[in-house]
Design a protein around this ligand. Sequence first.
Ligand code: FAD
Length: 333
Amino acid sequence: MTEEITIIGGGLTGLSLAVGLRANGIPVTLHEAGQYPRHRVCGEFISGVSEETLNYLAISSTLADAARHSTVSWFRGNSLLRENRLPTPALSISRHLLDNRLRHLAAEEGATILTGSRQKITPNTPGSVWAAGRKPVNGTWIGLKAHLRGVETTSHLEMHSGPIGYLGITPVEDGWHNVCGLFRIDRSITARHADLLPAYVRENGNTRLADLLASAEWKEDSFTAVAGFGLGLQEPTPGVLSLGDSHAIIPPFTGNGMTMAFQSAEIALPVLTRFAEGDFDWQTACSTITTAHRKTFRKRLTAAKLLHPLLFENAALPLLKHAPLSPILNLIR
Ligand SMILES: Cc1cc2nc3c(=O)[nH]c(=O)nc-3n(C[C@H](O)[C@H](O)[C@H](O)COP(=O)(O)OP(=O)(O)OC[C@H]3O[C@@H](n4cnc5c(N)ncnc54)[C@H](O)[C@@H]3O)c2cc1C
């Protein structure tokens, strides 16, 4: 008899894994705490994902019409530091659209998707996969995101950095731009809700951009914020198979977190399929997947951890300005 796989968390990791498992004929139930569609804090810029990964997970159709982006410019304060062409185009699509498409695809393929279903971690439960995103901690970061119109950019991705953080602007669909930043929490900023975004951008020294954001059209209900998370490897819970952001969070400047979510599902898919078919016991499945995660992601997590603090340092400006792009991209994806 084929075992069922239970997935907790319906973000990119959980949903793409659900589609892949169903394509292999494995019964799947996915529990998602929230509802679809919904806006999420994310730069929505997918760098480094391969066609092979998307095809293997059987999810290529959900990204077929995603925007292809190839130019990047980097600003410090109000000054342009550099402009580059990416060696391979990145994809861009809102999470509002992508997660919803994946949810429908998983359901069409026969997965049971339960929304509004928040689950507790239950260690040592064979067939249960934790894909519920970042582990809550007292973090020092805040992530802010909204969709805006009227913020035309000179390249497909504009990065604006400063001493407390950075923010990317990229077109998604229907004329809207994703505006998303990661900042060190600054308790002196008293703005609330959507006003937090221009307030952090101004505090970061990107004053021209802050003025632009304040005068742009904001998509209703698109503002989202997240805090209380740490970057890098997440504290493992013994006896729990953690995938995607639950395993590790790469700093967002890499544009590689969504790719890692898909790759995490790609690593887990063949092993969970064999577990479900009775070829592996649960212990073997978990240790095989966890080992493969460490091996696949170690280099880029280490490189991103070392590079990340440099983005905030004035002393590192020459590096930010002149370092060749391709070798850096090879390190962080
Ligand atoms: C500021 C910021 C900007 C970013 N920008 C980019 C970018 O431009 N490009 C990029 O590639 N990556 C980016 N990322 C990273 C990217 O968003 C994540 O890596 C990706 O969303 C991880 O997917 P996931 O499915 O593992 O986790 P998530 O997308 O977080 O999904 C987890 C799901 O689990 C659900 N859940 C949580 N707890 C429970 C529970 N107890 N029971 C049931 N369900 C639960 C949640 O509701 C959620 O839907 C950014 C991240 C941040 C913070």
